[in-house]
Ligand binder design. Structure first.
Ligand SMILES: [Zn+2]
Length: 468
């Protein structure tokens, strides 16, 4: 609250000017757990169960950006984790005061501690350490408060570059999002760079399933290059990583050596390539007006039809509330699901979709792993035979929902509900699409076929609400 008096003073006689100036601050806080193989195990999330950490390759961080104008204050944090859950985000928000909105997203790195519960020692044993959740909550709130204190008036530039070579689409139909999007902020006072903010679109999983050292994966290497180049802090949000945006199986070093994934050498080479493309985007970036700020979010319920997840809730392995599905995604509330009495009822969970407008920039906060198909409307025509819902209406593409061309797509925003599979691609029941004997990977980590329609309709609602 300490700044309000000062802002009030500035506002006298020059309300509109004070409202227009954007200030940005950045800070980060360490969220690396203590790794002691002789002590409490740290279970690594992302692949199979029972993968304890044996060391730390590079520290994990909560990185926070705070955006302020005369009458708005918004925080956006990005955490080196597989997918912070909505209840944890609400805990972080409860520690902060004076913000119009706090967005907490995860990079989806597959080499950091379990924060969902699915990756413990064995089935039906949660891999979440409540003390670690408390550390995340405290440190993320701390990073945001620090960033707030450091905020200075800035000029912003926005750039994009398309590099589909950074991606492999491991699920049919083929549709990639190779668009890296980047913002750079420069202090109005001394012209020094204040921060770089990147949106990249690949699963951070170059260390693969055998690694036991905690790491931010390729982002660690990419950020190092960017920070050196621009002499300011940098951070990388993850965009539409679903559908499924995986790493190329092999990449080439600058001197032509071919590398397979699963090691730090690959992570470094990939990180350097990502940084190189990001630098291209920055070098061709153009000034962007990022005020005034207007935030709109929509709370929604989604039916949770995944049998594995259900088992997780019922056994309390997954630490979040489940509800009894009432049929209305935008109901004010739903009854909490009681595992003793509501076993046969359809379950639901609640989440949040966000639209943040900063001047000419339009930010979508999507609470899981979006498919590039849904972003650009690259849906297969005609529909593939044998999918479960060939006649389902197509969701409105995100680029058509957002009322502007300069966009940022923040995946795993405030939650990780899993894959947000376009309903017409959902394929759980045999016979399977593409002549396959088994189902493609995706449905097993999705809450169900209703997720995509509800999430994108919620985004539409958020945009409409902001326009009012
Ligand atoms: Zn994923």
């Amino acid at each position: 609250m300490r700044c309000w008096a000062w802002i009030g003073l500035l506002a006298v006689g020059s309300m509109s000017l004070a409202d227009e100036v954007l200030s940005v601050g950045f800070a980060k806080a360490d969220i690396t757990p203590k790794v002691d193989p002789a002590g409490k195990a740290v279970w690594i999330a992302g692949y199979g169960m029972g993968r304890p950490a044996i060391g730390v390759h590079d520290k994990l961080f909560a990185r926070a950006y705070v955006f302020k104008t005369g009458n708005a204050r918004v925080a956006m944090a990005i955490l080196d984790l597989v997918g912070v859950q909505y209840p944890t985000v609400r805990q972080i928000r409860s520690r902060l005061e004076g913000y119009n909105y706090v967005l907490v997203a995860s990079t989806h790195v597959h080499e950091a501690p379990d924060v969902i519960g699915m990756w413990g020692e064995r089935i039906l044993k949660s891999g979440v350490d409540p003390d670690y959740i408390e550390l995340i909550v405290a440190q993320t709130a701390k990073a945001i408060e620090e960033a707030d204190k450091l905020a200075v008036p800035v000029d912003a530039v926005y750039g994009t570059v398309n590099n589909e070579e950074l991606l492999r689409d491991s699920r049919l139909p083929l549709a990639k999002d190779g668009n890296l999007r980047v913002l750079k902020f420069k202090s109005k006072a001394d012209g020094k760079n204040v921060a770089v903010l990147l949106q990249q679109n690949c699963h951070p999983e170059s260390l693969a399933e055998k690694n036991q050292y905690l790491t931010a994966d390729f982002n660690y290497f990419a950020i190092k290059v960017l920070e050196e180049r621009y002499q300011c802090p940098a951070g990388a949000f993850s965009g539409p990583v679903g559908g499924l945006m995986a790493l190329p199986s092999r990449i080439k070093t600058d001197d032509g050596k071919e590398l397979e994934d699963g090691n730090f050498e690959y992570a470094e080479v990939y990180g350097n390539k990502l940084a190189k493309s990001t630098i291209e985007a920055i070098e061709s970036a153009e000034p962007i007006k990022m005020s005034p700020i207007n935030v709109s979010s929509v709370h929604c319920f989604i039916p949770m039809d995944n049998q594995g997840y259900k088992l997780g809730y019922r056994s309390k392995t997954i630490l979040r509330e489940a509800f009894v599905w009432s049929g209305d995604p935008w109901a004010k509330e739903m009854k909490l699901l009681d595992v003793r009495t509501d076993l046969s009822k359809r379950a639901a969970l609640d989440t949040e979709v966000a639209y943040i407008r900063m001047g000419d920039l339009h930010i979508a906060g999507i609470p899981g792993e979006a498919y590039p198909e849904s972003i650009y409307g690259k849906f297969q025509e005609p529909v593939e035979p044998n999918v479960d819902f060939p006649d389902a209406p197509l969701e409105k593409p995100v680029v058509d929902i957002l009322p502007g061309k300069k966009i940022l797509l923040i995946g795993l925003s405030n939650d990780e509900v899993g894959y947000i599979i376009p309903k017409r691609q959902f394929d759980m029941v045999p016979p399977f699409a593409y002549g396959r004997k088994d189902r493609q990977y995706g449905e097993i980590n999705s809450c169900g076929p209703e997720v995509a329609p509800i999430i994108y309709q919620s985004l539409e609602k958020a945009v409409q609400q902001a326009g009012k």
